[in-house]
Write a protein that binds this ligand. Structure first.
Ligand SMILES: Cc1cc2nc3c(=O)[nH]c(=O)nc-3n(C[C@H](O)[C@H](O)[C@H](O)COP(=O)(O)OP(=O)(O)OC[C@H]3O[C@@H](n4cnc5c(N)ncnc54)[C@H](O)[C@@H]3O)c2cc1C
Length: 142
């Protein structure tokens, strides 16, 4: 039980690393992939989706950095660790799913890193205590 905060924080670190990487490789892909005569990134929808993903990843980064400072100082409480595991993994799955969509059919092909990221992201909401259990833990603090 003493180690759960640390484990949940580590899951959050993985979530944010994956989110940032997904945005980076999808931005590169959207600049290279040409559809209807222009790069995907020239379509406003693709640009807006990536802008939302990048913003979410950056907000998550600020939160995880704060959690890391707290655990180093010995102040990371169980509620905040559960919030980190819950929110960052939900955000990771939303971001990676949008990035798969922006890859089109290639997003489903295992040769493309984003496909493996999508598969690996899903379990993040299950292990180390499911996200429903994280909500229970957070709920106890209300
Ligand atoms: C790849 C992988 C690696 C793992 N590694 C480890 C490990 O190293 N060490 C370890 O100890 N465990 C490990 N696990 C186990 C993991 O922690 C559990 O699978 C997870 O906690 C969910 O438990 P469960 O599978 O028994 O699901 P269940 O408890 O059967 O949950 C099924 C569903 O019911 C929901 N649910 C259950 N109880 C409640 C409740 N009270 N309120 C609301 N909803 C509820 C859950 O959220 C879930 O959606 C690993 C699992 C995986 C998939």
């Amino acid at each position: 039980m003493e180690q759960l905060r640390y484990e949940r924080l580590m899951i959050g670190v993985g979530a944010i690393a994956t989110s940032e990487r997904a945005v980076a490789i999808t931005t590169k892909y959207a600049k290279e992939r040409v559809a209807f005569g222009k790069p995907l990134l020239d379509f406003q929808n693709a640009r807006f989706k990536l802008a939302q993903c990048k913003t979410d990843a950056q907000i998550g980064r600020v939160f995880i950095d704060n959690c890391i400072q707290r655990i180093i100082a010995g102040h990371l409480d169980a509620t905040t660790a559960a919030m980190a595991k819950y929110w960052l993994t939900e955000s990771q799955c939303r971001i990676v799913d949008e990035c798969v969509q922006l890859h089109g059919g290639y997003g489903y092909m295992s040769e493309y890193p984003i496909a493996q990221m999508w598969t690996d992201s899903r379990v993040q909401r299950i292990y180390a205590g499911t996200n429903e259990i994280m909500l229970e833990v957070i709920g106890w603090s209300l």
